[in-house]
Every structure is written in structure tokens, then in C-alpha cells.
Design a protein around this ligand. Structure first.
Ligand code: B1M
Length: 212
């Protein structure tokens, strides 16, 4: 496991090449991709966040750590995504307006695909109208929103209000997540579900469509 620790270290120091190499070797050796994500990569990003809070790291360090995390996730993503199955349902996912964090959202999207859902990834900085359009035009049955900033959390509420105003709120389930989100906040804004992690989002999506 010492070798896998070098994956955490590579993310911490923003060494994308080492992150990719270690991931490649670990996968070839049969290490479970979710073990890499949950035990090495997410804790490393949490530590990056802690260092940023303590003024040990600044935005450039956040960026290069995120780049290293993405380099590793590029290899892991195809292993999480299933193929050739009838879709369990259609999910429109995005990081809400004003928010550019997409690592967690991408992980949730990949796991939803792995769970058999068709995923419409709206990207980052997604305005309420874009979620509404995905429901109207792409017939999404679930809207999944991610927010990492406390300042963008209200955009989740605005999106639910926009779905109501457009008359489509009853035809979709709204699921929310992201580091600052809580079950209490989800209840307050009238979301249908909250999950604190990516596997939980898949369970939630299945429950929302009564597939669980
Ligand atoms: Co930013 N950033 N950042 N950042 N960043 C945080 C979020 C912060 C907590 C750091 C800190 O202070 N400790 C802080 C927010 C503080 C606050 O709001 N109170 C912060 C800040 C302040 C900022 C800027 C304002 C900094 C600046 O410019 N001064 C700026 C804002 C830009 C913007 O969005 N408008 C900014 C920018 C960035 C980068 C671009 C440099 C980079 C993002 C790169 C990218 O995503 N492409 C970045 C990063 C990397 C972070 C931290 C360090 C790591 C985030 C991450 O990727 N975590 C973060 C600190 C932290 O979170 N510890 C921080 C790993 C990821 C797998 O976890 O996204 O939580 P997460 O996803 C999880 C769960 O939350 C859940 O499942 C995922 C997997 O388990 N989940 C869902 C997520 N979405 C879900 C949706 C669902 C369900 C579950 O739907 C149903």
C-alpha cells in the first residue's frame, strides 16, 4: 500500500504524471478503482482543502492538485461506466450557477452511468434555465445538482423555483449534493433527496425512480 500512498502524495503535490502512472499500475495490478478513489484520492483532496484553509496552499496549488486528480480519474472513469444496458432512467447533472468545481460532479456522473443511468452532463456554472431546458427538451427524469461553495448553495433553491415556475417540478426528482450540502438544507429547499457521496447518489437515483 506504500505505492498507493504515492498516489495521495502526487495529488497533494500536484504531480499529474505520477498520479497517472501510479493509477495505471494499481489498476493493472487489480486494485479496485473505488478503493483508489475513496481511500487515496478523496482524502488527498480533503487535505488540499485543509491546507488552503490554513493558508499553506493558494489557488495555484488547488489547480495543480485538481489537475493531478483529473489525470487519475481519466483512467478510472471508464471502469465505473457500464455499457450496453437499457438505461435505468435519464439524469441531468450539473454544478450550479457560479460554481466551477466539477471533480465530485464528474465522479457522481460516472457512477450514475455505471449504475445504468443515461447521464446528460450540463457541466459547470449551470443556470436554473439550463436545468429546466434539460427536463423539457431532453426529458430528464432526475435533476442532480452539485455545489461546493456556500455562496452557490442558494442557486439550488433558485433552480427548484425555476422548475416550479416552468410547471415541470412534479415530473422530476431533484437530488442535491456537494461538500457544504446537508440533509437539512435539502429539506429546507424542497429537494427530493441528498447524498453525501457518489455511490449514495446512485442509490438515491434508483430510489427516486422506485428501482431500488
Ligand atoms: Co475551491 N473551494 N475554490 N477550487 N476547492 C473549496 C470548495 C473550499 C472548501 C476550499 C477551502 O476553503 N477549504 C472553498 C469553499 C469555501 C466555502 O464556500 N465556504 C473553495 C474556494 C473558496 C474556492 C474559490 C472561491 C477560491 C478563489 O478563487 N479564491 C474558487 C471558486 C471558483 C468557483 O467555483 N467560482 C475555487 C476554485 C477552485 C479550483 C478551480 C482551483 C479547484 C476546482 C477544480 C475543479 O473542480 N475542476 C478547487 C478545488 C480543487 C477545491 C477543493 C480543494 C477540493 C474540491 C474537490 O474536488 N474535492 C475544495 C476543498 C474541499 O472540498 N475539501 C475547495 C474532491 C471531490 C471528489 O469531492 O466535490 O465534495 P466533492 O464531491 C463529493 C461529494 O461532495 C459528493 O460526491 C463526491 C464524491 O464523493 N457530491 C455529490 C458532489 N456533488 C454531488 C452531487 C450529488 C450527490 C453527491 O447529486 C445528487
Amino acid at each position: 500500500m506504500q505505492e498507493l500512498k504515492s498516489l495521495s502524495d502526487a495529488i497533494l503535490t500536484g504531480d499529474a504524471k505520477t498520479a497517472r502512472d501510479v493509477t495505471e499500475k494499481a489498476l493493472a495490478a487489480g486494485v479496485d478503482p473505488l478503493t483508489l478513489v475513496n481511500e487515496y484520492m478523496i482524502p488527498a483532496m480533503t487535505e488540499v482543502g485543509r491546507r488552503y484553509e490554513c493558508n499553506e496552499y493558494f489557488v495555484p496549488e488547488l489547480l495543480i492538485s485538481a489537475r493531478a486528480m483529473k489525470a487519475s480519474l481519466e483512467l478510472i472513469r471508464p471502469l465505473l461506466v457500464a455499457s450496453g444496458r437499457e438505461p435505468a432512467g435519464r439524469v441531468a447533472i450539473g454544478t450550479v450557477k457560479g460554481d466551477l468545481h466539477d471533480i465530485g460532479k464528474n465522479l457522481v456522473a460516472a457512477m450514475l452511468e455505471g449504475g445504468g443511468f443515461e447521464v446528460i452532463d450540463l457541466g459547470v456554472n449551470v443556470a436554473p434555465e439550463q436545468f429546466v431546458a434539460a427536463v423539457r427538451e431532453k426529458k430528464a427524469q432526475i435533476v442532480a445538482m452539485s455545489a461546493l461553495l456556500t455562496t452557490t448553495m442558494p442557486s439550488m433553491k433558485s433552480t427548484i423555483e425555476a422548475l416550479e415556475a416552468a410547471g415541470v417540478r412534479r415530473q422530476v426528482k431533484v437530488l442535491v449534493g456537494g461538500a457544504p450540502i446537508t440533509q437539512r438544507f435539502a429539506d429546507e429547499i424542497g429537494a427530493d433527496g441528498y447524498s453525501e457521496n457518489a455511490p449514495g447518489a446512485v442509490t438515491l437515483a434508483r430510489q427516486a425512480l422506485s428501482l431500488a
